[in-house]
Design a protein around this ligand. Structure first.
Ligand code: FAD
Ligand code: NAD
Length: 155
């Protein structure tokens, strides 16, 4: 199977969009990720799968902490910015939450501390214990078949 066929198959699994953020030596770094999941309720664990060539991989290994912001439907440009898909450097407004930067007006934000890291092929699964959550209201930004879309609720 070639890479395109694998990605086409994976693209049929619709996801939300998160931006993973952390801070190191006063530098704030963010990265768009859809390979996020809720793992355990007791203790409260989440994970994100980060490509080993991503700068974020080094940042999380070094800081041992990250935040996750779930994007709202009007935050497509934010997703593209943190995936390196926008022209030029963009200035982004962050809020601070438990000492971590999070995306302003995201649907929810989570702060967490890494408790385990598993190398999995060319990615690492960073499993982290959630220290706090912040909730807002709104509709999610979705990613399906390599494109952004909106949720349509059943009547
Ligand atoms: P860079 O590529 O250097 O940074 C990412 C972008 O964020 C750059 O444009 C940078 O300018 C900008 N940026 C970073 N910090 C700031 C800041 N403080 N202010 C303003 N802009 C800033 N990759 C994975 O490993 N796992 C995934 O689950 C995953 N899911 C994805 C889902 C989607 C829908 C898309 C489009 C991409 C996904 N990627 C995923 C790919 C990943 O987002 C890109 O490869 C990304 O460029 C990797 O970021 P980086 O850490 O290497 O840093
Ligand atoms: P795409 O068609 O590349 O992605 C469709 C699906 O394939 C994604 O939702 C993901 O489930 C899977 N996928 C894609 N690249 C992967 C990778 N390197 N490792 C594991 N799974 C992967 O969508 P696109 O719009 O062309 O993506 C834009 C860029 O973002 C591409 O460079 C893509 O590789 C990258 N991306 C990476 C991941 C990831 O590392 N987990 C996830 C999504 C997108």
């Amino acid at each position: 199977m070639d890479d395109r066929q694998f990605r086409n198959a994976m693209s049929m699994f619709a996801t939300g969009i998160s931006v993973i953020t952390t801070t190191l030596d006063y530098d704030v770094h963010g990265m768009t990720a859809n390979a996020f999941m809720s793992v355990s309720l007791n203790p409260k664990l989440v994970l994100v799968s980060i490509g080993e060539r991503a700068k974020m991989h080094h940042y999380i290994q070094t800081t041992g902490r990250y935040a996750v912001s779930f994007l709202a439907e009007d935050q497509r440009e934010i997703s593209m910015t943190f995936a390196g898909q926008m022209e030029g450097q963009r200035s982004v407004e962050f809020d601070w939450f438990n000492g971590l930067p999070v995306i302003r007006d995201a649907l929810a934000a989570i702060s967490c501390d890494v408790v385990d890291a598993h190398k999995a092929g060319d990615h690492t699964l960073f499993i982290a214990e959630v220290s706090d959550v912040r909730l807002a209201t709104g509709q999610p930004l979705l990613f399906y078949q390599g494109k952004y879309s909106r949720a349509h609720a059943f009547a």
